[in-house]
Design a protein around this ligand. Structure first.
Ligand code: GAR
Length: 209
C-alpha cells in the first residue's frame, strides 16, 4: 500500500509509522508538511523518507493551497493519505478528490469534541473517559465514520497535558493497527463508508492489545 503522511508539527505518530514500516506491507512515499522547520520533517529526513514543505502561508486562499497540495499528492498516486497531526481544515473539493483514501487521527472519542482543545473539553464536561479516534475523512470536519478508538479513564488529578500524554502512545498503536489492517485489505474504505472483511463497520473497533 502506497502511503503519504501529512503533518504540521511534532510528528510522533509519523515516527511510529517510520519505526514500524519495515514490518508493515506499506511503502512510505513521502511526508508533506504545511509548516516549514517542524520536527516531523526532521524525523522523515532521518529515516530517509522524502520530506516536502508546502507552506500554506504562500498561497492566496485555502482553495489555492488545497489545489497545489492535491496536485502534488495526485502525482504520488497514494493508496492511503494519513493525516497525522495535520492541523488544517481541508476544502470539500480536496476531500472529494481523495475520497475513501484519507484517514485522520483525532484526539477525542468522536463524535464528541471535533475541532480543537479536545482533552480540556472532555475534562470541563466531567467525562469519565477520554481517548482518540481514527476516522475516514469526509467533507464534514472530524465527522467521517470512525474506524478505531482508544479509551482511557480520566483520573481525578488529570489536566489536559497529563491526559494527552497518556493517550498519545495509544494513538501510535492505533495508527499502526489501522494502517496494517488497511494494507492487508481487511479494512476497506469506499466512498464515505468503512468495511471490515466486506461487512459495513457499524461501530468503531477498539484498540487491540
Ligand atoms: C495528535 O495527538 C493527534 O491526535 C492530533 O495532533 C497530535 C499530533 O501529534 N491531531 C489533531 O488534533 C487533529 N485535529 P504528533 O504530531 O506527535 O503525531
Amino acid at each position: 500500500m502506497r502511503v503519504v503522511v501529512l503533518v504540521s508539527g511534532r510528528g510522533s505518530n509519523l515516527q511510529a509509522l517510520l519505526d514500524a514500516r519495515e514490518r508493515l506491507p506499506i511503502e512510505l512515499l513521502e511526508v508533506i508538511s504545511n509548516r516549514p522547520g517542524v520536527q516531523a520533517l526532521h524525523r522523515a529526513e532521518q529515516a530517509g523518507v522524502p520530506a516536502t514543505v508546502l507552506d500554506h502561508t504562500g498561497y492566496s486562499s485555502r482553495e489555492a493551497f488545497d489545489q497545489a497540495l492535491g496536485d502534488h499528492l495526485e502525482a504520488l498516486q497514494p493508496d492511503l493519505i494519513v493525516l497525522a497531526g495535520f492541523m488544517r481544515i481541508l476544502t470539500p473539493a480536496f476531500v472529494r478528490r481523495f475520497r475513501g483514501r484519507m484517514i485522520n487521527l483525532h484526539p477525542s472519542l468522536l463524535p464528541k469534541y471535533p475541532g480543537l482543545h479536545t482533552h480540556q473539553r472532555a475534562l470541563d464536561a466531567g467525562d469519565r473517559e477520554a481517548g482518540a479516534s481514527i476516522h475516514l475523512v469526509t467533507e464534514e470536519l472530524d465527522g467521517g465514520p470512525v474506524i478505531m478508538q482508544a479509551r482511557v479513564a480520566v483520573q481525578p488529578d488529570d489536566d489536559a497535558d497529563r491526559l494527552a500524554a497518556r493517550i498519545l502512545p495509544l494513538e501510535h498503536q492505533m495508527l499502526l493497527q489501522v494502517v496494517e489492517r488497511m494494507a492487508r485489505g481487511e479494512i476497506q474504505c469506499r466512498d464515505d463508508q468503512v468495511f471490515l472483511n466486506g461487512e459495513r463497520l457499524e461501530h468503531p473497533l477498539a484498540l487491540a492489545g
